[in-house]
Each structure stands twice: as structure tokens, then as C-alpha cells.
Write a protein that binds this ligand. Structure first.
Ligand SMILES: Cc1cc2nc3c(=O)[nH]c(=O)nc-3n(C[C@H](O)[C@H](O)[C@H](O)COP(=O)(O)OP(=O)(O)OC[C@H]3O[C@@H](n4cnc5c(N)ncnc54)[C@H](O)[C@@H]3O)c2cc1C
Length: 284
């Protein structure tokens, strides 16, 4: 009996809840944000900023997707998806009223509270802003707890800026310093040009008393973490969110194994000092 009971939580963890799309916003030509509620009317899930779910489009497949909403809003779950292949394309085609399967939340959280009494630097690249947005909501809600709060955000082109209106609103409210940079400017662009890491040397934070949260393409995270370390931030105060293909999300299948860790359980948010030597390696 006891031996059988051992397996019960795993079975449950593999069974998706049924969620319903209540709102769909097209952020970019290939990216949509879905707002989801539970089809049974119960609260869908509570989560911490940085966690992800497994989204299952019936008959198509299941993918890991970070939560991009405000964790204090328990009425709906918000997730932002870019269409890159079979399942993510199917997710972006869902519209209000459609249902999908949802497992989770899974993974580790952004250590936002570690930033109490310190400066906080958030570095996002491209779609990496989506997994960081729950941390930004928390930073704003608890603004008095932190010193200087800076968001550095880089995209390839001005038209690929995610959550553009929200960033403009937040910038006007002066809660945090927001610097946006693009790799390739157009004639209308008046902002920074160049990779996001170029903004790091002129950050103006107290590097010895700061916490950094970094999410984006792995190569960008590698350079960003190294640049943050170069301005004096200890490696253990820099946190990255890693992506590897995964299937079960509960540490069983081994698809997301990362040396001695599993990204699904020990990540996706991990400390730089623990992953620095492994970054950039596809298979370990
Ligand atoms: C913890 C975690 C959080 C994620 N959060 C988000 C999110 O918030 N929004 C979002 O749009 N996507 C997110 N992803 C990536 C998303 O899971 C992949 O885009 C998706 O699995 C691709 O599946 P597909 O069937 O659409 O494409 P496939 O047909 O499987 O692949 C299409 C292309 O994408 C590449 N690819 C597939 N999976 C991944 C992956 N996990 N990482 C990098 N490249 C991959 C393939 O090599 C291929 O080139 C996250 C992934 C992880 C592991």
C-alpha cells in the first residue's frame, strides 16, 4: 500500500487541469498573451514569479511556458507565448472560449525578496521580458523595500518591443529606471542602439549591494551575467532563468538534465555561480 502511495503524487502531477482562455492579446506578429481561468470555476493556481506551467493543446502536444502575469491576481493566469514550432503555434492560435490542459506551477522563483534593502537590476532580452514581468509587478508593489530599481531591456528592432505600452506607463510613474535598447534602429527610434549588455557599465547601482534578475537568449544571459560581475556584483547575487527542452516537468524524464541538476525542478531560475561553467552547452 505504502509503495503504491509513493507513486500517487507523480500521477497527479502528470494530469492536466482544464483551463479556458478568457482573453487573448496579440503582442507581436508571432507572440500572444493568454489570460486563463479554470474551466471548473475554482481558482486555477497560485504561483511565485519565475515559475512556469506545462501548457497542453489537445491532440497537439505540451510545452513549458513561463507565467507572465501578476502573482497577486489570483483570478486569472497570464502566459505569453511566441510561435516557434508545432505546439507553440497551436497555443498562439487559441482564442477566447477555447480550452487547454495546464499542469503546474513548476520550478524555482525569482528571489525578489533577496533584494530587500538592496538595488535591483532586471536585465531582459526579447521574449525574456515575459518571465520577468511577474518579478517587475512584485518590485513595483513592494517598491519601498528596495533601493534603486533598474530595468534594462533589449530587443532586435523597435517594433519587437514587448509590453510596449506598459513599459511606457511604468517609465512615466518613475518607480524604476527603464532603459530600452535595440540592435537595429529605424528612422523613428530615438533611444539606445546596441546590445543590452552595453548598458551595464553605466548602471549607477551599488554593485556590492545589488541583486540581478536576468532572462533572455542564453548567449545574452552569458554576456549580461559576465558584465554584471565585471562591475563588481558577486556571482551569487546574479540569477538567470534557463531553458532546456523538457517533457515531464517533475524531474523524471531527464530531458532537461543540466549536469547534476534538472532545469524543471532545480531551475528554471538558477544562481550564476552554480551554472556559469555550463552555460552555452546544449547537452551535458
Ligand atoms: C522553463 C521554460 C520556460 C519557457 N517559457 C516560455 C515562455 O514564457 N514563452 C514562450 O514562448 N516560450 C517559452 N519557453 C520555450 C517553449 O517551451 C518552446 O518554444 C516550445 O517548447 C517549443 O515547442 P514547439 O512544439 O512549439 O516547437 P518545436 O517544434 O519543438 O521546436 C521549434 C524550434 O524551437 C526550438 N525549441 C524547442 N523547445 C525549446 C526550448 N525549450 N528552448 C529553446 N528552444 C526550443 C527547437 O529546437 C526548434 O528549433 C520556455 C521553455 C522553458 C524550458
Amino acid at each position: 500500500m505504502d509503495r503504491l502511495a509513493e507513486f500517487a503524487p507523480v500521477t497527479d502531477a502528470m494530469v492536466p487541469r482544464i483551463a479556458r482562455v478568457v482573453r487573448r492579446v496579440r503582442d507581436l506578429p508571432d507572440t500572444v498573451t493568454l489570460e486563463l481561468v479554470s474551466a471548473d470555476g475554482q481558482p486555477l493556481m497560485r504561483y511565485a514569479p519565475g515559475q512556469f506551467t506545462m501548457m497542453y493543446v489537445f491532440g497537439v502536444g505540451e510545452i513549458p511556458v513561463s507565467i507572465s502575469g501578476d502573482a497577486s491576481d489570483t483570478t486569472r493566469l497570464v502566459q505569453t507565448v511566441r510561435a516557434v514550432g508545432k505546439v507553440s503555434e497551436a497555443v498562439t492560435r487559441l482564442s477566447a472560449g477555447d480550452t487547454l490542459g495546464l499542469r503546474g506551477p513548476y520550478g524555482t522563483a525569482w528571489p525578489v525578496a533577496e533584494g530587500y534593502g538592496r538595488d535591483v537590476v532586471v536585465v531582459a532580452g526579447g521574449l525574456g521580458l515575459a518571465p520577468l514581468r511577474p518579478a517587475l509587478y512584485q518590485l513595483r508593489a513592494e517598491r519601498k523595500q528596495f533601493g534603486k530599481v533598474v530595468l534594462l531591456y533589449g530587443t532586435r528592432r523597435p517594433e519587437e518591443i514587448l509590453f510596449r505600452r506598459q513599459l511606457e506607463t511604468w517609465r512615466r510613474q518613475l518607480d524604476m529606471e527603464i532603459e530600452v535598447t535595440v540592435d537595429h534602429a529605424n528612422t523613428d527610434w530615438r533611444g539606445n542602439v546596441g546590445v543590452v549588455t552595453k548598458l551595464i557599465p553605466r548602471l549607477g547601482v551599488d554593485a556590492t549591494n545589488a541583486t540581478a534578475l536576468v532572462c533572455g537568449p542564453e548567449i545574452m544571459m552569458r554576456y549580461a551575467a559576465s558584465a554584471l560581475h565585471d562591475i563588481g556584483m558577486p556571482e551569487e547575487t546574479i540569477h538567470l532563468s534557463l531553458e532546456r527542452n523538457m517533457k515531464c516537468a517533475v524531474g523524471l524524464c531527464g530531458h532537461c538534465q543540466f549536469a547534476g541538476s534538472f532545469i524543471c525542478k532545480d531551475g528554471a531560475v538558477m544562481r550564476y555561480d552554480r551554472v556559469r561553467r555550463l552555460l552555452g552547452l546544449k547537452e551535458i
